[in-house]
Design a binder for this molecule. Structure first.
Ligand SMILES: C[S@@+](CC[C@H](N)C(=O)[O-])C[C@H]1O[C@@H](n2cnc3c(N)ncnc32)[C@H](O)[C@@H]1O
Length: 260
């Protein structure tokens, strides 16, 4: 996908993070309108945080990730713990805290939720744009909630189909979790603005089907695929079971069961 993003370099704010160093560094704010969108460090009570801004429906909209506040924190506090569909799909039990490889990390919301349910999480995100935003959020989350995010919550930037195949046997995850982009049914306002910005950053994941065979060959116990309710099975492959959620479906491919 041809992209034309900039990094707005402001006085007394950090330089672009390493994954964004190839973007044009713009110091003159009036030049930012020449780009499809721009990254910059905003400031919240002295703590700089990475943000992406682009026009949507004629207005500038910004995307910043915070794994310890907002929707993510609400889901953690009021989401129903291990009774949630995502927990059931991953087969979580009180005596089983699996290691999960989230191979399509995106904004890290599902990963943060699974971490708060006790799982150890590794994430892979191929878009350097989304990975930069997520990496920035992880660093802030480590400070804000050390117990949850300081350990067992990591991100690699790269192509999952390749990185999964390079895992050693000791690194084999119990579960591989997949949630590739899927085109929305309509261009309705219901498509959340943050996901519209992610789509602007990453495109459509046209190779999503390739993830499933790789995941099935490398997960120990199961592969969980999150899909919109109206989407066909990934790779047209029927799962062992499906769990319906509000607007979404978790397709579960069971490989074997852990001895508990
Ligand atoms: C729908 S978003 C995931 C949302 C995420 N589950 C969350 O809770 O925020 C899909 C993400 O997967 C990433 N992705 C898709 N295919 C990938 C691949 N083969 N390797 C790594 N990342 C991939 C895309 O770049 C995109 O950021």
């Amino acid at each position: 996908m041809a992209t034309n993003f900039a990094f707005w370099l402001k006085p007394n704010r950090p330089d672009a993070p390493s994954l964004l160093r190839e973007l044009a560094a713009v110091t003159d704010q009036s030049k930012l309108k020449d780009y499809q969108g721009y990254f910059h460090y905003a400031d919240n009570s002295g703590i700089p945080f990475l943000s992406f801004t682009a026009p949507l429906d004629g207005h500038d909209v910004s995307l910043t990730l915070d794994l310890t506040a907002g929707t993510i924190a609400y889901r953690r506090q009021h989401g129903g713990g291990r009774k949630q569909h995502i927990a059931k799909a991953c087969g979580l039990k009180h005596n089983w805290n699996p290691s999960i490889l989230d191979a399509t990390a995106g904004l890290g919301r599902d990963a943060a939720e699974l971490r708060s349910l006790g799982c150890s999480i590794r994430m892979i995100e191929r878009s350097p744009f989304v990975a930069s935003l997520l990496d920035d959020a992880i660093e802030r989350a480590k400070q804000a909630d050390e117990a949850l995010f300081k350990q067992q919550f990591s991100l690699s930037q790269g192509q999952s189909t390749q990185l999964i195949q390079s895992l050693s046997q000791e690194q084999q995850p119990d579960i591989i979790y997949l949630d590739p982009m899927f085109p929305p049914k309509s261009k309705s306002a219901a498509v959340k603005k943050d996901m519209r910005l992610v789509k602007l950053l990453v495109g459509t994941d046209p190779d999503a089907d390739e993830l499933l065979p790789t995941a099935l060959a490398h997960a120990k116990y199961r592969v969980v695929v999150k899909r919109p309710s109206y989407a066909p099975f990934l790779n047209d492959q029927k799962p062992s079971m499906s769990i319906e959620s509000k607007g979404n479906r978790f397709d579960v491919y069971v490989l074997s069961s852990p001895e508990l």
